[in-house]
Design a protein around this ligand. Structure first.
Ligand code: URC
Length: 357
């Protein structure tokens, strides 16, 4: 094409749909989804010659969302709806060779009145369930689920010590601070074809709740004693590792955990101390915040290889994880202090790091 290369896709973004199901006993269920569709298709003549004969109209894509929602006569997970749409677009049109469907579910939760579940009343919760399906007509499925907006805070069992000190460092070391974050997590399922997906009703909805619980439980630790966090990085790693160890059908976990700083308040005038900080009064901030993110995936299992050392690891390849993260920390105490970027690639066998690549 005249020495040029054209890469293109088209789709419909942010299609909002709500679906209500009513069971025989009069109980209603509802979901609200925000659907974005992208199609990779052979429609270059539209770009080159103004010929639209190979274009699936984005308006048709939008209508398909409503038509398919209508066809779903029983409640289904957001993942299953995304797969159903992706399957439709890749099988219906010869021009379409791959579909990407992303959906964010609004967290409508059933209300309880006097301790009993209401038949048709819902209130908005906080964190959102997300999914992304990439389906090629003649290729593998990629299925990712996630949660965003999961705000967590603990008032103790968190510190930050031993970091690099130089002429710009003023942050004091501490073993006592508030740890607050808003987790955005996504996890990749290892199902590589639509036919290999478990047929159990609401399987992925259940998985979503279970993964979220493992992430949250690992962040906090047991009710009374909690668990000490030496850094957001360490806690993030423990959370991702717990999810991979617990769920064999998940091959990768990505976590974004901004460090939302709660700054110690010390107030004094020339003559007297007004507020002396005793791990009690804080100034909550959301800007600037540390931005810490990494992904953890199974390494040896994925490559189908046996790790080179440690017989225990060889007998349980799911426990061998590739830790690859990109980490950016923007730090603040009383003022903006420093921004740093570090890339880490560690290969772990059980608890011990055996390689840095
Ligand atoms: O858990 C933390 N990780 C960091 O990288 C960092 N940087 C910082 O200033 N405070 C913190 N806390």
């Amino acid at each position: 094409m005249d020495g040029f290369r054209l890469e293109q896709k088209h789709g419909k973004a942010r299609v909002r749909v709500a679906r209500v199901w009513r069971d025989a006993g009069g109980r209603h269920s509802v979901v609200e989804w925000n659907v974005s569709i992208s199609l990779f298709s052979d429609c270059v003549d539209a770009y080159l010659r103004g010929d639209n004969s190979d274009i699936v109209a984005t308006d048709t894509m939008k209508n398909t969302v409503y038509a398919k929602a209508k066809e779903c006569t029983g409640q289904l997970s957001v993942e299953d709806f995304a797969i159903l749409l992706a399957k439709h677009f890749t099988s219906e049109y010869r021009q379409v060779h791959a579909a990407v469907v992303k959906i964010v579910e609004k967290p409508w939760e059933r209300v309880h009145i006097d301790g009993l579940p209401h038949d048709h009343g819902f209130k908005l919760g906080s964190e959102r369930h997300t999914t992304e399906v990439i389906l090629e007509k003649h290729g593998p499925l990629k299925l990712t689920s996630g949660v965003e907006g999961l705000a967590l805070l603990k008032t103790t069992k968190s510190g930050f010590e031993g970091f690099i000190r130089d002429k710009y460092t003023v942050l004091p070391e501490t073993r006592e601070r508030i740890l607050a974050t808003e987790v955005a997590a996504s996890w990749r399922y290892s199902y590589e074809s639509v036919s290999s997906i478990p047929q159990k009703l609401l399987y992925f909805t259940e998985r979503y709740l279970d993964v979220k619980k493992v992430l949250v439980d690992t962040f906090f630790g047991p009710q009374k004693e909690g668990v000490y966090s030496p850094s957001v990085q360490s806690t993030l790693f423990q959370m991702a590792k717990a999810a991979l160890n617990r769920f064999p059908d998940i091959s990768l976990v990505q976590l974004k955990m901004p460090n939302l700083h709660f700054l110690p308040v010390n107030l004094s005038s020339k003559d007297n101390t007004i507020v002396k900080f005793e791990d009690d009064v804080y100034l909550p901030t959301d800007e600037p915040h540390g931005s810490i993110e990494a992904s953890l995936s199974r390494f040896w299992a994925k490559l189908g290889e046996v790790p080179p050392t440690k017989s225990s690891a060889a007998s349980d390849p799911q426990r061998n994880l590739l830790w690859h993260g990109r980490l950016t920390a923007l730090c603040a105490s009383d003022a903006i202090m420093e921004s740093s970027t570090v890339e880490i690639h560690l290969v772990c066998l059980d608890e011990s790091i055996i390689g840095i690549c």
